[in-house]
Design a binder for this molecule. Structure first.
Ligand code: ADP
Ligand code: TRP
Length: 321
């Protein structure tokens, strides 16, 4: 039996190569070996976006970008979170199994407040909505980055408490922290993140990609010295190379005479050609809004079926008429 894998992506800004190599590439691979559930988490984004036009545009853009990158709505279940509002009903039910103490220990909540987000109840109960996303679809595996691990522990805690009271209603999900994919470094050598404005966006125009690559920080090693490979230019370029090409690049770094400018020019070409097919798929989707709408409806219908079944079981088990 194929395992059911679920993940959500917040539509909070342009997708970048850190998102791609950190998560999206893996989700696309999962499509063949597992049963993939993937959604655009627009309810979650309300914790940071307070603007109708922006939320609508970002949600649509994230859906189109993920389609263009290879999420296949025929093979997988791919939807916009708010198209299946059953998730909010389950979130309410689950909130009765989530202790305030557990929520208060959320490091992500504390970090977000420290970064200036408003401490409202949406942000505070975000982990309950995330638990609902996961449990509603009886997900077996939830692949996430380290930053999301605590949310998954909370999900398991809530599900175990619920099952103890009402029987084996929910699948208890496994936490899968991906160790193979390191954090992708941004052009300034910090973690690549849209909050740090140090990204290379996947679907930016060629000039923006050029500018961002030209802005990758380099050291001042002389032309005739070997170059340091623990640097963002080497690390970012390596993401696009197979083992053999990575070794060739390493050899060039070890050989005197290497000019960073040559490497940067090659990297620009490499990035642009790596995403060429996806870029033209995206253009085609942008020009065909009806096709995108149909794919949204397909995902909504597939997701709703499962969501309604779980919710019915939960309501019947808990005594909600
Ligand atoms: P950002 O940090 O740009 O706001 P998000 O927090 O929206 O990105 O992350 C969406 C997904 O992409 C998460 O699963 C996260 O683990 C992954 N991700 C984001 N940035 C990176 C990175 N620099 N390296 C690896 N994975 C990343
Ligand atoms: N919280 C996740 C993030 O910020 C997005 C998300 C929402 C999610 N619901 C989920 C991820 C369910 C995995 C499973 O990246």
């Amino acid at each position: 039996m194929k395992k059911r894998i679920l993940s959500g992506v917040q539509p909070s800004g342009q997708l970048h190569i850190g998102n791609y190599f950190g998560m999206i590439e893996r989700m696309i691979q999962f499509q063949n070996e597992s049963e993939l559930f993937c959604f655009v988490a627009n309810y979650h984004s309300m914790t940071s976006i307070n603007d109708k036009v922006k939320l609508e545009a970002n949600t649509r853009e994230a859906f189109i970008d993920l389609l263009a990158l290879g999420i296949d709505p025929d093979q997988s279940t791919f939807w916009v979170q708010s198209h299946v509002p059953e998730v909010t009903e389950l979130a309410w039910i689950l909130s009765n199994f989530a202790s305030v103490g557990l929520m208060q220990r959320s490091t992500s909540y504390k970090d977000k407040i420290a970064n200036g987000l408003k401490p409202n109840m949406g942000l505070f109960s975000y982990p309950i909505l995330m638990a609902s996303d996961i449990l509603l679809f009886q997900s077996e595996i939830v692949p996430v980055g380290k930053d999301q691990k605590q949310h998954l522990e909370m999900t398991r805690d809530i599900a175990i408490k619920f099952n103890n009271s009402f029987g084996e209603i929910f699948t208890i999900p496994e936490i899968e922290i991906d160790k193979s994919n390191d954090i992708v470094i941004g052009i300034d050598n910090q973690k690549m993140s849209k909050s740090y404005k140090n990204t290379i966006p996947i679907f930016a125009d060629n000039d923006t990609i050029k500018d961002q690559v030209m802005n990758i920080v380099t050291d001042s090693a002389g032309l005739n010295e070997p170059k340091d490979k623990h640097t963002p230019l080497f690390k970012i370029y390596s993401l696009f190379l197979n083992d053999e090409s990575k070794k060739e690049l390493a050899d060039r770094y070890d050989t005197p005479g290497l000019k960073y400018m040559e490497i940067k020019n090659e990297l620009i070409e490499t990035i642009i050609s790596f995403f060429e097919l996806q870029r033209s798929k995206r253009e085609q989707l942008l020009a065909n809004p009806d096709e995108v709408n149909q794919k949204m409806i397909l995902g909504q219908n597939k997701a709703k079926k499962i969501a309604q079944k779980t919710l019915q079981e939960v309501k019947s088990a808990t005594g909600l008429l």
